[in-house]
Design a protein around this ligand. Structure first.
Ligand SMILES: [Zn+2]
Length: 445
């Protein structure tokens, strides 16, 4: 048998997504992350251990993880030191003594430390960020590597157990239910479990001096909890008072809430935009006015639990499957709560989109325009066009079929079209998506 050249045993240092060509890695798929973090808010010092259970997808001698801005202390693979360890500004490259066979489970343990800070990206600074007195993590699209070594691409979803120790007096919020909280010599150790597969960019840690309160009754078994600075309690309770109603509406329209808990964090700092993470959403104090001025955004972030978090794009070019659907959910909430009908919103925003240049295709907008407002609005318009063509009695059950069939998985625009057409028995969906999502000219409603 001829010897295989060594390159055949090297996993690619990219997920092969041309929107983020340096993010993600090949040669393996992650099964679970276990992150053990010891953090000091006062000095922004992080000591971490990441235990990453993965499965090789090819014979593997060398592979990489995304990791940026922190120092590696020690790496083991199945308890052994690797033959070679190389660090580049964005990657940790591990070479093993002996290649793993394909389809072999292995565990990488990385001990690391440093002062975490955001990563510069074409979409601004992303990742772990200090607040005036606390922390937020906004990972989308490439910030996860700022706080743990990972395979940073949404196509590789995994389960998580995140433990954070920090000074007593702070509240830590992370993905999934809190499974334990222990006080030890002036510090509190918080452990969270996300048992449903999660994309790296949706992993988060929020730290602040928060008070918490339950919102309404649990959805299924999932509690809804609000975390906020005590000073703005009154306004926060007013603005988020209708989350249980929104939750009920979206459960009715999209199907059951996908996760085991839903948390909303309001930071004492101002934030440019709210952000979604799996099982939670984060708003800045500037988004709160005590007069429901943020309902649109609250509905948007909640809808991402279905569109983006449970159903996650396999390639960033399909971002309209997250943002168009979340934007449409704003219109659905408005319609259900006595505001504009979806027809009125669609007419209004179609005119707005029509006034803008028609130089992007929302089904492949290019990395720079990934979060362009036209992707959101025209994406919502596409969905509204499908709803109008099918009628509510067919549209909503078809949408629920799409959500149910792709639950916790990866989606593409083709999946959406295929499932909607199969469930509705109409071949109109593909043609509408072709014009609204892949065309430049703006169709009429
Ligand atoms: Zn969004």
């Amino acid at each position: 048998m001829a010897a295989t050249p060594p390159s055949a045993f090297t996993g690619a240092a990219s997920a092969g997504d041309d929107y983020l060509p340096t993010s993600g890695n090949g040669g393996y798929a992650v099964l679970s992350y276990e992150l053990d973090l010891d953090y000091r808010v006062a000095t922004n010092r992080l000591n971490g251990t990441a235990r990453i259970r993965a499965r090789s997808t090819m014979p593997l001698e060398r592979f990489s993880l995304d990791f940026a801005g922190l120092s590696v202390v020690k790496v083991t693979v199945d308890g052994e030191r690797p033959r070679k360890l190389a660090e580049t500004p964005r990657k940790l490259v591990i070479t093993l003594d002996r290649a793993l066979d394909a389809d072999t489970d292995f565990t990488v343990e990385v001990r690391y430390r440093g002062a975490p800070h955001p990563i510069r990206s074409p979409w601004g600074e992303v990742g772990w960020e200090e607040l005036a007195d606390g922390v937020i993590v906004a990972g989308q699209p490439s910030g996860a590597a700022s706080w743990f070594p990972c395979n940073d691409h949404p196509s590789d979803k995994a389960t998580y157990r995140i433990t954070v120790a920090c000074e007593a007096g702070y509240t830590v919020v992370s993905n999934g239910p809190l499974v334990s909280r222990v006080n030890r010599s002036g510090r509190t150790i918080w452990t969270f479990e996300m048992r449903q597969p999660m994309a790296t960019y949706l992993a988060t840690v929020q730290i602040g001096r928060y008070r918490s309160q339950q919102l309404g009754a649990p959805v299924g078994a999932a509690p809804q909890t609000l975390f906020y600075p005590p000073a703005i309690e009154r306004d926060v309770m007013i603005d988020f008072g209708r989350v249980p109603e929104m939750m009920a509406l979206f459960c009715e329209q999209f199907g059951p809430y996908p996760f085991e808990s839903y948390s909303v964090v309001v930071t004492p700092d101002e934030l440019e935009i709210p952000l979604e993470a799996q099982g939670l959403a984060v708003f800045g104090r500037n988004h709160i006015d005590g007069a429901h001025g943020t309902d649109r955004l609250i509905a948007h972030e909640l809808a991402h639990q279905w569109f983006g978090n449970s159903l996650t794009l396999a390639q960033w070019r399909d971002i309209w499957l997250h943002e168009g659907f979340a934007c449409y959910s704003e219109w659905l909430w408005a319609e259900a709560s006595g505001g504009k009908t979806a027809d009125q919103s669609a007419a209004w925003y179609r005119a707005e989109v029509n006034a803008q240049p028609k130089d992007i295709v929302i089904g492949d907008p290019g990395p720079r325009a990934m979060f362009d407002d036209r992707v959101y609005k025209r994406g919502a318009l596409a969905l509204h066009a499908v709803r109008r063509a099918l009628g509510d009695a067919v549209f909503f059950p078809s949408l629920q079929a799409y959500v149910a069939e792709c639950r916790f998985g990866l989606v593409s625009t083709e999946d959406f079209v295929e499932i909607m057409e199969a469930r509705s028995g109409s071949d109109a969906v593909g043609e509408l998506v072709e014009r609204w999502v892949y065309g430049r000219a703006l169709p009429k409603l």
